[in-house]
Structure formats: C-alpha cells, structure tokens
Ligand binder design. Structure first.
Ligand SMILES: [Zn+2]
Ligand SMILES: [Zn+2]
Length: 155
C-alpha cells in the first residue's frame, strides 16, 4: 500500500517538473498528502495533514498550490456535497470511478461501473469528444440512512 503511494507521489512530482515548476517544500507537502490519501479531502483537511511534512505551510499556500495543481490537471476538484459548496480534492491519477453522496450522513462512496465507462466511450465516439474527465455524482440515501428513514422497516 505504501509502495503504491510512493509511486504515485513520484508520478505527481514528475508531472509538476514536466510543467516547468519547481517542487517546493510546500508543493511537495501537498502532493504527499494527496498521494497517500484514499479519501476526498477538503483544502482545510489537506492543510492539517500537510503540516506534518512542512510545519511552515499556511492555508493560503495550500489554496494556491491546489489551484496550480488543478490547472495542470494533476488533481481533480469535485463538488461532492449536496449543496455543492464544499470542494474536495483527489489525485487525478486515481483509477476511474464515480461518486455517490448520501444526503443523510454526508458520506461519499466511490464505485466503479463498466456501464458508465461504456456510456462515456460511446458518447465520445458519437460526438467526436475527447473526454478527459466525467464528473458524475449520484445523490440519495445510503443503505444505512434509507433504513433509518423508513423506521427500520424492511418492507
Ligand atoms: Zn447515509
Ligand atoms: Zn473519488
């Protein structure tokens, strides 16, 4: 697991260098957090974790770094909350997946779907699009919340 993290950290740093940017201590700290995280992190959460690598990092730097990485396509910002106000970041190098946001508990679940992958390919073919990102987010109630909403009844 940690090996995978290392490999993708290398890849992220290489991408940054290829874009002609220096891997500063602050940028390295943000990349490290993103490479080792399986989760979707808000800018504040990234900042909290990045402090472990570079104690001098501040939130403004994190925001600046995130917007640079976003422009380079190294990370993917997603609005995963129901109101779309909070943004979460994840490495763009993650395997293709889709998101489900629970409106009850706010949990975000990732899932893969061959069907959606095929739909994406078909749409690309039909219209001649070169699709780089598909931000597909489903919303509703997760299994747990759906059960408690119906008062625990299973019918
Ligand atoms: Zn839920
Ligand atoms: Zn995700």
């Amino acid at each position: 697991m940690s090996h995978e993290g290392q490999a993708s950290l290398e890849a992220l740093q290489t991408q940054l260098r290829q874009a002609g940017l220096r891997v500063t201590a602050q940028r390295a700290a943000v990349l490290r957090v993103l490479a080792h995280s399986e989760e979707h992190l808000s800018a504040e959460q990234i900042w909290e974790q990045a402090k472990a690598y570079d104690a001098s990092i501040n939130l403004a730097t994190v925001y600046r770094t995130l917007s640079t990485l976003k422009e380079l396509g190294i990370i993917d910002p997603r609005s995963l909350t129901a109101d779309g106000r909070r943004r979460f970041y994840e490495s763009a190098a993650k395997p293709r997946h889709y998101h489900f946001t629970c409106l009850g508990c706010g949990r975000v679940q990732e899932f893969e779907s061959d069907l959606l992958d095929r739909a994406r390919e078909q749409i690309a073919r039909q219209h001649g699009f070169h699709i780089t990102t598909a931000r597909i987010t489903f919303e509703g109630l997760c299994e747990c919340c759906a059960q408690s909403h119906s008062g625990g009844r299973t019918t």
